[in-house]
Every structure is written in structure tokens, then in C-alpha cells.
Design a protein around this ligand. Structure first.
Ligand code: P5A
Length: 445
């Protein structure tokens, strides 16, 4: 993309309404614009990151054997009356009446709708196990929307639902999700710690939240510092194996890690003092096992091996995709701007032309642009007439991991400058070497 042809409305001033770094930086970098309280337009740069996260989530869900689909945002109130949640959900649910006077709602989650789909089409235990998911906008009329996309009213969520014959099978689905979520967050450059949590309006006994440690996080968390030494890394796992998924689950949940809702001071006191941590975290996902809470009242049954109809065991699993954009920035920024992890960056490399209009500099930039594009990478070329300082400030603000600076002086010696956004270190090399270096880094991801 050439910056002269793009839409990147960066702000020079720090918006006064933004209290935390990610909200400030998303506004300043032209990623989002508030439409009304807790509701945002995703401008091109923000939309690009959102799509990247969505793709990672899809890839990891499909790898785990889950089946993608898409349900609507608007739902009929009647379904929610069947589960008993239409009244129970309270003022966070946005209720709407259509022209036929039917009660509708903008879905805050989809347990009822997916249970209805399941009961309409699945009758036999032979069709199980089944996990369906979608990535769709949700609406919760939060009393205090704040921190930009972190606590929005409209937000983008991956929500998945497993259907199993037995409790044991459903617990395997729970563990499988835990494993696939660990992988998903690590690919985004985040360490998200599973913590025992409270199930709230979704219900059920077993639930873990995934928290990214950050000073600006809304949740207070208590954990054994040993847990931060664990990484999932690039291990291969057979998602169909009960033992393998359970082993990972036990590895990542055996140390003390809880949100304030489930914190137990007496149990925490058993952790050696030097390893006890009290901190704050951003909740980027949650998994639930709730058994037959929805299948029983809604009649989602299958015929078991013995011919008897039994309600299916279910769980649901959510990832806050739009919130993650903010969480990644909270964990990756400095006073100049965002520092994207390579796995989620909106463009792979920024090319700064120090002298747009200079024939040699223009040609060198065009050649770099073409070479990266040919390698399947997306460069952002600043071909505007802004002065060099302004171009660098914009690149630092939008946080592309790598920058190539091209100027007539360097070109006389056959070199361009390659700068890492994270370390700030620069190195001079030939344009060919710059392409090799940066393409190599992305190829290794
Ligand atoms: C699991 C999927 C559920 O809704 N039902 C379907 C279950 N879980 S949850 O924990 O309530 O939400 C899942 C994730 O969505 C994100 N999230 C939000 N993101 C931005 N703004 C909000 N107001 C908001 N509310 C929830 C969180 O990341 C949460 O973990």
C-alpha cells in the first residue's frame, strides 16, 4: 500500500477522552473512530489488525477440529424465553421490537440459538462429538463502556459451542479448547494465563478465564509466579487425544491462578511467599462447561447407544477478538507508539522515502515495494511529501515491526537503513540484503 493512496487519519494531539495507552494509540494511529459510546468504526488500519486476529482464531479453531459457521446478530426473544434467560439477563441485553411487534434482541451470546440449530438437525449420538463456532458482533449494553474497544458495547467475539454425549467427552472438549486458546494467544504475541473464574450469566461449574497481565487490566488477579514461566511453544498436539489435552490442561492450571471472584486467601497462602503475585489482567477469553443447562430446557437430546433419548452435554468458549487488539497494544507499546508483534502487524514493513520525487530514491522504493509484494508480504510505502521527521513519527506511532529508510545519500553507497521498531537499532545494508532479512523473519513465523 502506498500511503498517498491509503486512508490513515493519524492525530497529532492526544485525545483527552482516552485514559489508557491502547485507547489513546488506537485513536491517534487512525485505527478506530467512536460512533457512539462503546461503539466504534474500524478504520482501515484497525480493520486490518482485526482481520488478522480473526484469521488466527479461525486457523487455530479449524486445527482443533471445530467447524466454522455464521449466526445472525439479531435473535428472537422466544428462544431466550425457553432457556429462562430472557428475563434473567437484565439491562445488559439490548431489546428491540420489530414492526410486527415481535420481541427481538441483539445477541450478547449465542447459547440459545446454537442449541436450537442443534436440536433441529442432530438426533443421534453417532453425530457427536460436534463443536460449532462463529466470529460475530455481539452487543452488551455495558453500564460503563470504557477504554475504547476493551470494554465496548458492540464487540467482536469468537464463540464456540460443543455438543457431547457424556460429561467426560464434554470435559475433553473443555481441555481441547484450553489448549487451542493457549496456541491462539501465543501466535498473537501474548501470554494469556488460564485462571479459575466465576461463570456469571453463562452458568456452569467449570470455567477458566484467560488473562493477559497488564497494569491497566480491569480484573484483579492472584497467581503463583511460576505460571508465567510456562509457554506452549511450537509443540504438536493431537487434539483428538484425551490424554494429551488433559496433560496440557493440568500443566497450565495446576499452579494457583485466580481472578478476584474465586480468590481464596487460605489456599494462596500455601504458595511460597516469594512466588505470590497480586496484579491486574485483561480478560481475553473464557471457557465454560455447563452440562445440560441449555439442552435440558430446550429439548436438545440425542438417541444414545442404548436407544434412549438423553440431553447433550455442552460448553461454550469465547475469545474477545476486538478486545484483543487493545490488549496487544497494552502489552506492546512505548512512548512513541505501538510496537506490533510480527504475527499480527497490519503491514509487514514500512518503507520511508526520505526524498519523494527524487528519481533514484523513488525507483529504489518502488523496487523494494515490488520485491516484498512478490514475496507475499505487505509493505506500506510512505511516498508522501511530509518531512522526514513526520514520516518517522508516523511509522513509530503505527508500530510496524520493521522500517526501511531510503535516501539519496545511502543509495550512493548502495545501502538502505533497516530499523527494528522494538529495539530501535538500525543497520545499513544493500536493498537485497534488507529484503532477505525481513522476508526471512516472517517466513520463520
Ligand atoms: C462463551 C462464548 C461468553 O459469552 N458465551 C459464548 C460465552 N463468555 S464471556 O466471557 O462473557 O465473553 C467472552 C469474551 O468476550 C470478551 N468480552 C468483551 N470484549 C469487549 N467488550 C465487552 N464488553 C466484552 N464482554 C466480553 C471477553 O474477552 C470475554 O472473555
Amino acid at each position: 500500500m502506498r500511503l498517498s493512496r491509503y486512508f490513515l487519519p493519524v492525530l497529532k494531539e492526544t485525545p483527552s477522552e482516552a485514559q489508557i495507552a491502547s485507547h489513546r494509540l488506537m485513536l491517534r494511529a487512525g485505527m478506530i473512530k467512536q460512533a457512539s459510546a462503546g461503539i466504534y468504526s474500524w478504520l482501515p488500519l484497525g480493520f486490518k489488525v482485526l482481520r488478522k486476529l480473526e484469521n488466527i482464531v479461525h486457523e487455530e479453531q479449524i486445527r482443533a477440529g471445530h467447524v466454522p459457521m455464521l449466526m445472525p446478530t439479531l435473535q428472537s426473544a422466544d428462544l431466550w424465553r425457553e432457556s429462562g434467560r430472557y428475563d434473567a439477563y437484565g439491562p445488559e441485553m439490548l431489546r428491540i421490537r420489530d414492526r410486527q411487534d415481535r420481541d427481538m434482541l441483539y445477541g450478547p451470546t449465542n447459547e440459545e440459538m446454537i442449541t436450537d440449530i442443534f436440536r433441529s438437525h442432530v438426533n443421534s449420538y453417532k453425530d457427536l462429538p460436534l463443536t460449532l463456532y462463529h466470529i460475530q458482533w455481539k452487543f452488551r449494553d455495558e453500564i460503563r463502556p470504557r477504554f475504547g474497544v476493551m470494554r465496548g458495547r458492540e464487540f467482536f467475539m469468537k464463540d464456540g459451542y460443543n455438543f457431547d454425549l457424556t460429561k467426560e467427552d464434554a470435559l475433553h472438549a473443555y481441555n481441547r479448547h484450553l489448549v487451542s486458546y493457549l496456541r491462539t494467544y501465543e501466535r498473537m504475541g501474548l501470554q494469556a494465563i488460564p485462571m479459575r473464574a466465576d461463570s456469571g450469566p453463562i452458568g456452569g461449574d467449570d470455567t477458566h478465564e484467560f488473562l493477559v497481565l497488564a497494569e491497566t487490566g480491569e480484573s484483579e488477579v492472584f497467581y503463583d509466579s511460576q505460571i508465567t514461566e510456562l509457554t506452549f511453544g511450537d509443540r504438536e498436539i493431537d487434539y483428538t487425544s484425551v490424554e494429551e489435552c488433559q496433560a496440557v490442561m493440568e500443566e497450565f492450571t495446576s499452579r494457583y491462578a485466580r481472578t478476584d471472584e474465586t480468590h481464596d486467601e487460605a489456599v494462596f497462602a500455601e504458595v511460597p511467599e516469594e512466588r505470590r503475585r497480586v496484579a491486574r489482567g485483561i480478560e481475553v477469553g473464557q471457557i465454560f462447561y455447563f452440562g445440560t443447562k441449555y439442552s435440558e430446557p430446550m429439548g436438545a437430546t440425542v438417541q444414545g447407544p442404548d436407544g434412549k433419548q438423553v440431553p447433550v452435554h455442552m460448553g461454550s468458549h469465547g475469545i474477545g477478538v476486538s478486545r484483543l487488539v487493545g490488549a496487544i497494544i497494552e502489552a506492546n507499546h512505548d512512548d512513541k507508539g505501538i510496537i506490533w508483534p510480527e504475527g499480527v502487524t497490519p503491514f509487514h514493513v514500512g518503507i520511508v522515502n526520505l526524498k519523494s520525487g527524487d528519481a533514484e530514491a523513488d525507483a529504489a522504493c518502488d523496487a523494494l515495494y515490488a520485491a516484498f509484494t512478490a514475496k507475499g508480504l505487505e509493505p506500506l510505502l510512505d511516498d508522501t511529501n511530509e518531512r522526514a521527521g513526520g514520516k518517522f513519527a508516523t511509522m513509530d506511532l503505527i508500530g510496524l515491526p520493521w522500517r526501511i529508510t531510503v535516501g539519496p545519500r545511502g543509495l550512493k553507497n548502495g545501502v538502505v537503513e533497516v530499523t527494528s521498531r522494538r529495539t530501535g537499532e538500525s543497520e545499513e545494508m544493500s536493498p537485497e540484503a534488507a529484503i532477505e532479512k525481513i522476508a526471512g523473519i516472517y517466513a520463520a513465523l
